[in-house]
Design a binder for this molecule. Structure first.
Ligand code: SF4
Ligand code: SF4
Length: 309
């Protein structure tokens, strides 16, 4: 799956600052608050050989490790000197089409604001026929209140003429916050409850995201929203039944775990790095197994896996 955005979006931004501008006596709250360990003001080069975003000659190494930053924005308000800026970017349709033409990509996730469809239409039309081999198109958007369902219907009518695969609505309840704590999942569950009850929503599976964590499944079960149909039920005699799926045939189809998954798996990566100095988990089957066990524990309650102990 590749993820794209049709306009400025929280998921498509990177923090940046020049550590040479930071006062020496700053207690570095940015470094402490970053959930991705993406900020470091060490003077040495990264042992992993990563590129820092300010590695110009003559300047200190350090700052934001751009490939780790996922744009959560938590470092920005904690900087007492207002040194952190945000760089946003949009994956344009031409670059996305180029990737899709390689036909190695099965699914496309489009992040959109949910407030208007102008940019969504422009992106979808710009992708042309490069979407035809996809197996899934996911549209990710936040809760925008009363206009949410009408915007979903408008987006579906834009996609429908050229949609030849499953589609999924990713409900971004509380963006990038699942690692914060139990309460973070309330908004994503409430969003799902509201949409699952709406008979006027367009066709497509519903998937939760944003604020999802270990408490999400329990929250959904409380509302009777975990009677998920398996994808295989949508095929008959080898033929896709996607065209015959009605809106109410699409219960909660999945949960996307972003920040929370990063947190639980990140604990293992950190232990591996601090104890063995390794940077590639594939080099250490023990740690890889532990990380997989954590990941399986997250989805095990949904998928009925036996999680290895
Ligand atoms: S935006 Fe979030 S992930 Fe990026 S550096 Fe700041 S705190 Fe870390
Ligand atoms: S909190 Fe601000 S001033 Fe302090 S180290 Fe971080 S970016 Fe620099």
């Amino acid at each position: 799956m590749i993820s794209v955005n049709d306009d400025e979006d929280l998921h498509f931004r990177k923090a940046e600052f020049d550590p040479a501008d930071c006062p020496q006596d700053c207690s570095r709250p940015c470094e402490i608050v970053c959930p991705a360990n993406a900020i470091s003001l060490e003077e040495e080069k990264s042992s992993a050989g990563h590129l820092w975003n300010n590695n110009e000659e003559g300047k200190k190494q350090g700052g934001v490790l751009t490939e780790r930053c996922y744009g959560c924005g938590r470092c920005i308000p904690v900087c007492p000197y207002d040194k952190i800026r945000v760089h946003t970017y949009v994956r344009d349709a031409a670059a996305t089409s180029e990737l899709l033409r390689r036909e190695e990509i099965d699914a496309l996730e489009i992040h959109t604001s949910g407030r208007q469809t102008l940019h969504f239409r422009s992106l979808w039309e710009g992708l042309g026929d490069t979407i035809h081999h996809l197996r899934l198109v996911a549209v990710s958007f936040p809760d925008v209140g009363d206009s949410t369902i009408s915007t979903m219907n408008a987006m579906y009518s834009i996609m429908e003429p050229r949609l030849r695969c499953f589609n999924l609505w990713q409900l971004d309840g509380r963006p990038m916050s699942g690692d914060i704590g139990r309460g973070a999942t309330r908004e994503s569950v409430a969003f799902a409850v509201r949409l699952a009850a709406a008979s006027d929503r367009p066709r497509g599976f519903l998937q939760l995201a944003g604020g999802t964590n270990a408490h999400t499944v329990a929250g959904l079960k409380k509302h009777g929203l975990f009677q998920t149909k398996s994808v295989s039920e949508n095929f008959k005699d080898g033929q896709s039944m996607v065209g015959s799926l009605g809106p109410l045939d699409a219960p909660i189809g999945g949960i996307a775990y972003g920040g929370y998954a990063r947190k639980v798996v990140g604990r293992i990566l950190s232990a591996m790095q601090s104890q063995h100095g390794l940077t590639c988990i594939e080099e250490s089957p023990d740690y890889l197994f532990k990380a997989l066990a954590e990941a399986l524990a997250l989805v095990g309650t949904v998928k009925c896996y036996d999680v290895p102990s």
